[in-house]
Design a protein around this ligand. Structure first.
Ligand SMILES: [Zn+2]
Length: 289
């Protein structure tokens, strides 16, 4: 990677039905069918990526791998990266203990390895909500990077353990560890922009015009190009959201825009995380146990 070259990582969280049965607690066929649209979106995304020769990253819950093994195998066969995304899209903060989180992590890994033969090196927590145990568990399982934190927009950094949250004093930062953070942002996520949700008394209006989101994503990218040389631009999308026709056209226009100025590399998060590692003098030392 030459200095100043920009990286674009297109990432897709293939939640499918797990999102609705898991955190949404859905039992109605109509609500669950929103997740059934996931594999429809995946097929469209794979065609788009193939036309442009772009490798991408798909985060796949174990439940999705077991429900739609063929769709996930097609993702793998097309050369894209598959990352870990829980089993039934469990929010780690909502799990009772580190042991529960370890069990979910193992179950998701097992489902991916057993059904599609993929051993992920990357993790994205469902709902982008790491627990205080998450980073330690990922190190335990040999992950190379994770992608759920928001401490920067365009620059990867080392994850930490041992932060101390204080309300009556400054925040105390813990020790950096050998796990790369590939940061994310709700601004660069299709779900809050587009998805209409009514669960209980909670309403997320979504349904934005693509012109609005296109403007935000394009300007974020253009700002990175001008102000953050060597930056990594990570978009988070969901096949069941971005897979609608008008949004697919928006994504195709954006891909053309990102590539138009030259000096841009489209790659997987795993690849971008390894590029970050290669540029560091050395990884943080192993934890003292
Ligand atoms: Zn998700």
């Amino acid at each position: 990677m030459t200095t100043g070259q920009a990286t674009v990582c297109l990432t897709f969280d293939f939640d499918a039905i797990s999102l609705w049965v898991g955190p949404m607690g859905a039992t109605s066929p109509s609500m669950i069918s929103r997740g059934e649209f996931g594999p429809v979106g995946v097929a469209r995304i794979l065609r788009l990526l193939d036309r442009h020769g772009i490798p991408a990253t798909f985060f796949v819950p174990g439940h999705t791998a077991e429900t739609y093994p063929d769709a996930v195998r097609e993702i793998v066969a097309a050369g894209h990266e598959v990352g870990h995304h829980g089993y039934l899209h469990e929010n780690p903060v909502g799990l009772a203990s580190a042991e529960d989180e370890r069990r979910v992590l193992a179950r998701g890994l097992d489902a991916l390895e057993r059904t599609v033969g993929a051993r992920p090196v990357g993790y994205r927590s469902p709902s982008w909500d790491n627990s205080p145990h998450t980073v330690g568990l990922l190190l335990e399982h040999g992950f190379r990077y994770e992608s759920s934190l928001m401490g920067h927009d365009f620059v990867p950094y080392w994850c930490r353990v041992g932060d101390v949250i204080q309300a009556d004093g400054p925040y105390l930062f813990g020790r950096e560890v050998d796990l790369v953070e590939m940061p994310v942002s709700w601004v660069l996520d299709d779900f809050p922009h587009f998805e209409y949700l009514r669960v209980g008394n909670r309403v997320s209006p979504g349904l934005s015009a693509p012109s609005k989101v296109e403007e935000i994503w394009r300007d974020e990218f253009d700002f990175m190009r001008r102000e953050v040389p060597g930056g990594v631009f990570t978009l988070t999308m969901h096949p069941q959201v971005i897979g609608r026709g008008h949004r697919m056209l928006m994504l195709e226009r954006l891909i053309a825009h990102f590539g138009a100025g030259g000096g841009v590399r489209f790659t997987t998060l795993a690849d971008a995380a390894e590029a970050f590692r290669a540029a560091q003098p050395s990884p943080p030392s192993a934890p003292q146990t």
